[in-house]
Design a protein around this ligand. Sequence first.
Ligand code: AMP
Length: 392
Amino acid sequence: TLAKVAAFVVVMLVVGRRVIPWILHYVAHTGSRELFRLAVLAIALGVAFGAAKLFGVSLALGAFFAGMIMSESALSHRAAEESLPLRDAFSVLFFVSVGMLFDPFSLISNGWPILATLAIIVIGKSLAAFAIVVAFRYPIATALMISASLAQIGEFSFILAELGVGLKLLPEQGRDLILAGAILSIVLNPLMFLAVDWMKPWLERRAGKTASLDEAKPIGPATEPGQLASVAAPVKEDGPPPRTALTGHSILVGYGRVGSLVGASLKKAALPFLVIEDADKTLAKLRDDGIETVSGNAANSEVFAASNPEGAKRLILAIPNAFEAGQIVLARAANPKINVIARAHSDAEVEHLKGLGADTVIMGEREIARGIVEEVMEGKTEAAEEPKAPIT
Ligand code: AMP
């Protein structure tokens, strides 16, 4: 089995990594949206099915790998967008079927075993995670956040339980306990995050601030497939990033299609600036280019504070989400004199951002229209001038 799984991983990394992005690219260039959607679906299901048939790997693992490979393609955003409605439909079906398997009366008839299962998930799993993270000398705050994130089980355990029952390794009762434990632990999970907030100052005082922030390691890969997002997001915000030494600078938030062009011009004009970005790939590129960065979501007050807004001259919000940009504009309270330039995509967003105190709001679509009109007018002038040209 190990050899088969290893063979599958190697095939995916060597062949899949080249072939899948190539197919996506090729299909995207046919210009057919339906074909692209179909290709995404066919690749996901095809790899999952192929993995199960050829390599004896579970459907879930196969699909997971297909997703990982697709996420590396430059078209991954579009692929994700195209498959969103399907994902929603499938996850609704999945959870409805899980709900139908659950017998609420088991909470009464099986009370103690369910409580024990819940204790294993919420207490046992969290303690184990806490010990592992602390053993790797990460700060306590990180360990607590990881513990809270892992104090629940989800779809991955259902898949394992189903497999266990199928292979007659687990009695049906075991699956029911896992189901009940999963549902209850998911319900309790927000409370775990609250508990972490309460416990953090107390534990840190006791531990005498074990690791300094500079020692804090970057976040490693996530721990369980189902928990990618929930683990990565809070940990990223753990501990404030170091504060910049820049003053009189521009803070550029977002370094995508818009921000990178703005950044290039600032660099050319030799104006001091730093970039707040939350995408790891972009951050790595920025660092390679020698541009100062603050990593994280600019809407997070600690991340934003690291960019020294009090000493900055200009705040450029080059992110597409006006709601998030609005939250950042509010943070200008730290420096009412800062000049805020924001990006918007509708008149309502322009109003929203101006209402919150942005000095200038550039509406993307209006600028596109302006560009098109200029092009047309230039063409018109040329056309009007044409007859004047000497006919030879
Ligand atoms: P684009 O729409 O191509 O200009 O890309 C926007 C860029 O902004 C992307 O690189 C995102 O990672 C980044 N971004 C979006 N929201 C935030 C945020 N709240 N904080 C930091 N970076 C962001």
